[in-house]
Design a protein around this ligand. Structure first.
Ligand SMILES: Nc1ncnc2c1ncn2[C@@H]1O[C@H](COP(=O)(O)OP(=O)(O)O)[C@@H](O)[C@H]1O
Ligand SMILES: [Mg+2]
Length: 361
């Protein structure tokens, strides 16, 4: 299989010269940046298609805007050979309430601290409820869909009935996300399909969206000692990894991603974080990235920050970013032979959530 993944052509070359990503160097974390509409998601798709074609590295895509739900759907103009190879890949797309692949995770499979955050229970402020939660653990394992609230309401202990009221108010027990006794998306991830797309955009609330992401990332982290390589792709990564988390679950997600950024590499957990501005992602995740892809970005301040963090990206190339056209990007770091501006190739598969057109009369 190819070591080098063709992703487009070099912009500064007189003759058409293919631009390549060095596949073995995807074993570092990658930061993918560009202002909204610069083509990050499209370009990410170009790379992911090549990873699928030429490597056995399983992809896990946390997809907040349902942009990658058609990663397995080939465009009619895709070259025959690529189309035939891609058609054979095992690409599983998990969406809320999907018949074949419903996006479920097991609440009780998650670490206690994550579960408490999702259920809005603070170990210090809500010490009594937290403690009660600990004690119902063994029994709670067998609780099925729709049974949790009745179980708590019927409990003798007052604290459990108060727990029920709180859960009911939050609506958490009714989320379609929970697997209860059934299959979880993490069971599929463990089977190592070529790609697992987690369509976070299919949920109505940010709370459920974040809980789904936490379920997946907790699972990957807890099983890190298996050292099975994975490329964890997080589009719009600020939703999950922010210097200013909006709630306890957001804070745990940020902590988890920072931890994977700092320590995941040796376990084969490699991040690809995409976002609009460097300052939107937690600095401790940013500083661990050894690969950079930069699309159009107008803000001088953001470019300065990128220059500071990614010393390996030549400032003369960074400075060209405000002039980049559609599908143009600067690649720098270990995953390219040399820093270069690239015109990206066309997608082989369909984009999911493309821009909404203005309705015309
Ligand atoms: N290389 C390209 N060729 C054709 N269309 C593109 C290309 N890059 C982006 N687009 C289109 O531009 C729009 C914005 O791209 P998108 O990848 O969603 O940007 P971002 O993720 O940075 O907000 C989309 O409608 C997409 O189809
Ligand atoms: Mg996008």
């Amino acid at each position: 299989m190819a070591r080098e993944l063709p992703i487009g052509t070099l912009l500064d070359s007189a003759d058409p010269t293919p631009a390549r990503i060095v596949a073995p160097r995807l074993n570092r974390h990658t930061f993918w940046c560009g202002q909204s509409g610069s083509g990050k998601t499209y370009a990410l798709g170009v790379l992911l298609e090549q990873v699928l074609l030429h490597t056995r590295l399983p992809l896990i895509v946390l997809d907040p805007n349902s942009d990658f739900v058609r990663l397995g759907d080939l465009r009619e103009d895709a070259p025959e050979e690529d189309a035939a190879a891609l058609a054979e890949r095992d690409i599983r797309v998990f969406r809320r309430d999907d018949e074949k692949h419903p996006l479920h995770v097991r609440l009780l499979g998650m670490p206690l601290i994550s579960r408490a955050a999702i259920l809005g229970i603070d170990p210090m402020h809500d010490a009594e409820i937290y403690n009660a939660m600990l004690h119902i653990e063994p029994e709670a394992q067998s609780i099925g869909q729709g049974q949790l609230l009745p179980y708590l309401r019927g409990a003798e202990r007052d604290v459990l009935r108060r727990f029920a009221v709180r859960l009911e108010n939050l609506g958490v027990a009714e989320w379609s996300l929970w697997a209860w006794g059934g299959r979880s998306v993490t069971d599929d991830i463990d089977e190592e399909p070529d790609a697992t797309v987690v369509d976070l955009g299919s949920f109505d609330t940010h709370a459920e969206f974040r809980a789904a992401a936490l379920g997946v990332l907790d699972h990957l982290w807890e099983n890190r000692v298996s050292r099975r390589p994975r490329l964890i792709v997080i589009d719009e990564a600020h939703n999950l990894c922010s210097p200013d988390p909006v709630d306890a679950v957001h804070a745990l997600l940020t902590e988890r991603i920072v931890q994977i950024a700092a320590e995941g590499r040796k376990f084969g957990l490699w991040l690809l974080l995409s976002t609009q501005r460097p300052s939107k992602v937690h600095p401790n995740a940013l500083s661990q990235c050894d690969n950079l892809a930069l699309m159009r970005m107008n803000s001088a301040r953001d470019l300065e920050e990128l220059a500071n963090v990614f010393g390996f990206a030549p400032e003369s190339l960074l400075a060209r970013s405000p002039e980049f056209g559609q599908g143009q990007a600067l690649f720098a770091g270990g995953f390219v032979p040399t820093p270069a501006v690239v015109q990206l190739a066309s997608r082989l598969t369909h984009e999911g959530g493309i821009d909404v057109p203005v309705p015309l009369r």
